[in-house]
Design a protein around this ligand. Sequence first.
Ligand SMILES: NC(=O)C1=CN([C@@H]2O[C@H](COP(=O)(O)OP(=O)(O)OC[C@H]3O[C@@H](n4cnc5c(N)ncnc54)[C@H](OP(=O)(O)O)[C@@H]3O)[C@@H](O)[C@H]2O)C=CC1
Ligand SMILES: Nc1nc2c(ncn2[C@@H]2O[C@H](COP(=O)(O)O)[C@@H](O)[C@H]2O)c(=O)[nH]1
Ligand SMILES: [K+]
Length: 486
Amino acid sequence: MKFLGVQQPAYDLTYSDVFMVPSRSAVTSRLDVDLTTPDGAGTTIPLVVANMTAISGRRMAETVARRGGLAVLPQDIPVHAVQETISYLKQRHTVFETPVTVSPDAPVSQVLALIGKRAHRQAVVVDDQEQPLGIVTEKHCLEVDRFATVGDVMSTDLLTVDAGADLGETFDRMTHQHLDLAPVVDGGRLAGVITRTGILRSAIYSPAVDADGRLRLGVAIGINGDVQAKAETMLSSGADVLVVDTAHGHQDKMFDALKLVTQARDAHASAGGARIPVVAGNVVTADGARELAEAGADIIKVGVGPGAMCTTRMMTGVGRPQFSAVLECASAAQDLGAEIWADGGVKYPRDVALALAAGAGSVMIGSWFAGTWESPGDLNRDHDGRLYKESFGMASARAVRNRTAGRSAYDRARSALFEEGISSSKMYLDPQRPGVEDLIDMIIAGVRSSFTYAGARSIPEFRERATVGVQSASGYDEGRPRETSW
Ligand SMILES: NC(=O)C1=CN([C@@H]2O[C@H](COP(=O)(O)OP(=O)(O)OC[C@H]3O[C@@H](n4cnc5c(N)ncnc54)[C@H](OP(=O)(O)O)[C@@H]3O)[C@@H](O)[C@H]2O)C=CC1
Ligand SMILES: Nc1nc2c(ncn2[C@@H]2O[C@H](COP(=O)(O)O)[C@@H](O)[C@H]2O)c(=O)[nH]1
Ligand SMILES: [K+]
């Protein structure tokens, strides 16, 4: 990346402070851009879901991995629950979505409870042999008494697709029959569901898979407790990426933890397992990035204070404008053969593109994905009828209370003194883009386009070719669309 015209300014920059100029391009289509990450995390798009309890769960992990990204499960989840999630994810189909099934005798209220995290808002009605009998949609259920049975309201106008069927032809048949969703069967039994949008997405994205072709998942490990045991358990349970994560990643305790995790990882690889990348953070300086890379981190997580749930900068004055942090840390890490993840503060597709221009291998997103069907929280409706989910920071009093539940009252009270995050925030679902895949579509469309403006076909080329200028607040404002007249 180079700065436009003048030299790099003497002050630090946020994503909003910068813009990119187009340059002569030989890339004639946005579809010629390959967004496979160079960071070794095994993803085909440079997006990682932040390890936050209100955001990253199994539905999120499954949905994002199918489109080539990676979710990282938070360190606060009990070990057995993480193991169950890994095992669940490893059994998911890489193209077909996991169906919600109900029996024809079930009340429609059951359907409404089950389809909450499904973007298609539909369930498949099956018999005892798991053979599809019909489809029931949210709309069917909302129009009747909650105790009406599924069999009363379901649609039996079905298109059942064989697991080996050509997806393009399936799309045409579904369009012809005005169907959005079709059950997929393998040997007569339900194997998944497919939607028309899902078919289109399968043509554009490649799932993030392990060596055995199963969906990938990351797991976060804190720096407290028995770090070695946790790392070993996660490795043997099938985690694909380990994230050693703490607020202040440039501290002795982090280096102790990182040593244990990399040793466990190496032992796992020597015993015939895959070599799992280790991520460590968070830091925002070249020194921090360099020392973590020297200590064995493959990927360094960068960002202190840009997160939407984060009060660190206001509480402590510590942090750094994220564009400059990413730029400096990426350069230091890459000198040592390591990569970085730009973590936090992403609100628009442009922020992802700018992080990649500054040298990030992937970009971690939390709060933006909180307001989606797939995040773990319950769906709420405000006074105006708008749908939202509740989110909270991982250093908030609420998260600290959860994390320290097993400790003494005295220890918990002491930990609660240090609060650097918001305990409750409303994250609204965008009516135009209520699913995480809708947001991924928007981000990836923006980033692909950004690459062609720079004449880049790949992330390494984009890093090389991007030309970045510094703008005033009115420069940024000029770029914003106006939804009403001004
Ligand atoms: N990216 C960011 O800007 C930030 C992210 N977070 C996220 O919140 C989650 C919880 O992280 P964390 O608060 O580190 O909790 P952890 O449970 O990971 O513990 C942090 C450990 O580091 C010690 N420590 C020393 N200095 C600090 C410091 N300045 N801030 C925090 N801990 C310190 C703590 O000791 P003691 O308690 O005795 O001081 C404790 O032992 C993580 O997911 C993290 O990524 C949190 C804050 C900022
Ligand atoms: N200082 C704090 N940082 C937090 C907290 N919870 C999460 N985080 C960080 O934010 C990013 C996600 O950023 P977002 O803008 O996409 O939401 C996450 O990965 C953490 O690094 C917190 O309570 N305090
Ligand atoms: K913030």
